[in-house]
Write a protein that binds this ligand. Structure first.
Ligand code: NAD
Ligand code: WQD
Length: 339
């Protein structure tokens, strides 16, 4: 059983945030959620309440709104903050870089300033494997250098990590978690991912194709230097990602001094896009309509984590395999579409 903390979760109505709120509550923590619902829906909060049997202390609030955050921090004594709130679409960030810098970097700066004022020093930050670009060595470990970001979105994560590393010296205890490719949904199918418009990400596209919302899936390239020519990624169940945040809070609690550390959060297993599609068909029994198309600009060929650092430091391991992750994603899609 973890220590009882009062954790502020920003972006807690979103995909990874909502699953993390469930894990935090199930581990005995008190949770307050802040989200402006710009990229999510209130029904996810209701889903969390059904899963946990707990009324969620939810505040519809923008993390750029320093005044509102100050008020919330004055009314509560938070022990730590998990900062998920950000925009995450690579494509949209290319079209609207300023709004990405403003929201992703701006909200972090506002939050740090409010935390400092109220003497809340513990922060878990959502970073991304995108900070590595195409690493020279795979599996990639945390010592790999940042390559030039492929998109303004990726750049915001690099900038945020740099800010955190420097600001930590002002007394903060900070962990950045570099997520690889979170997929799936809560096993209850009461919460999951809510992609906006046509999904860019592979698994929502797969499940929407299976649900006949999309006609066919295009596999972006089969001429990469990989076993079957399609790209290789590290797909990890979102509840496993969520569980690592509970461990991260325990880890931060154990540190006596201010520090900054980044951890890979992946399975350590590289899976190709074609392998994932075949696994989806095997576990669901659905014949997916797919074809091979050209490469997608900006895609890295192959990336998967070396998760040794997080295994050792947090005592964390994944619980779900690829088949379970895909099955849970499909159960969630069916629930959304009433199939
Ligand atoms: P999401 O879009 O589902 O959730 C983000 C949540 O933050 C949404 O509910 C949105 O309404 C909220 N939000 C955005 N800006 C806000 C603001 N200014 N104030 C208050 N709320 C705000 O995304 P997600 O997949 O859950 O991602 C969570 C975090 O993890 C993000 O920081 C994202 O960049 C990072 N990340 C995601 C992935 C992934 O593949 N999903 C991978 C690596 C890193
Ligand atoms: C996975 C693979 C595609 C859709 C992105 C962000 C990254 C991180 C996670 C936030 C690739 C292929 C996809 C499709 C396909 N997010 N694909 N057909 O690009 O690894 O990572 O999400 O931090 O920053 O860049 O994930 O799911 O988009 O793609 O063939 O219709 O699936 O080419 O090889 P990606 P993805």
């Amino acid at each position: 059983m973890s220590t009882i903390n009062h954790v502020l979760v920003t972006g807690g109505a979103g995909y990874i945030g909502s699953h993390t709120v469930v894990e935090l509550i199930e581990a005995g923590n008190k949770v307050t959620v802040v989200d402006n619902l710009s990229r999510s829906e209130y029904k996810i909060i209701e889903g969390i309440e059904t899963i946990t049997g707990t009324k969620i202390d939810f505040h519809k609030m923008d993390c750029l709104d320093a005044e509102a955050l100050h008020k919330l921090f004055s009314q509560n004594k938070f022990s730590s903050v998990i900062h998920f709130a950000a925009f995450k679409s690579v494509n949209e960030s290319v079209a609207k870089p300023l709004s990405y810098y403003k929201n992703n970097v701006g909200s972090l700066i506002v939050l740090l300033d409010v935390m400092k004022t109220h003497d809340v020093k513990d922060l878990i930050f959502s970073s991304s494997c995108t900070v590595y670009g195409q690493p020279d060595q795979i599996p990639v470990d945390e010592s790999a250098p940042f390559k030039k970001a492929e998109s303004p979105y990726g750049s915001t994560k690099q900038v945020c990590e740099q800010i955190l590393e420097e600001v930590a010296t002002e007394g903060f205890r900070v962990v950045s978690l570099r997520y690889f490719n979170p997929i799936g949904a809560h096993p209850s199918a009461l919460i999951g991912e809510l992609p906006i418009g046509v999904p860019n990400n592979l698994v929502p596209y797969v499940t929407q194709t299976a649900a006949e919302v999309r006609k066919a899936l295009t596999i972006f390239g089969n001429d990469y230097n990989t076993s079957d020519g399609s790209c290789v990624r590290d797909f990890i169940h979102v509840s496993d990602v969520a569980g690592a945040h509970v461990k991260a809070i325990d880890y931060v609690n154990k540190q006596s001094k201010s520090f900054y550390e980044a951890f890979n959060l992946g399975t350590g297993i590289g899976v190709s896009v074609l392998e994932l599609v075949k696994k989806f068909m095997a576990v669901t029994g659905i014949r997916l309509n797919y074809s091979i198309g050209p490469r997608r600009p900006g895609d890295v060929e192959k990336v998967y984590a070396n998760p040794e650092k997080i295994h050792k430091a947090f005592g964390w391991q994944t619980k779900y395999d690829l088949g379970q992750s895909l099955l849970h994603a499909w159960e969630w899609e069916k629930k959304l579409r009433d199939i």
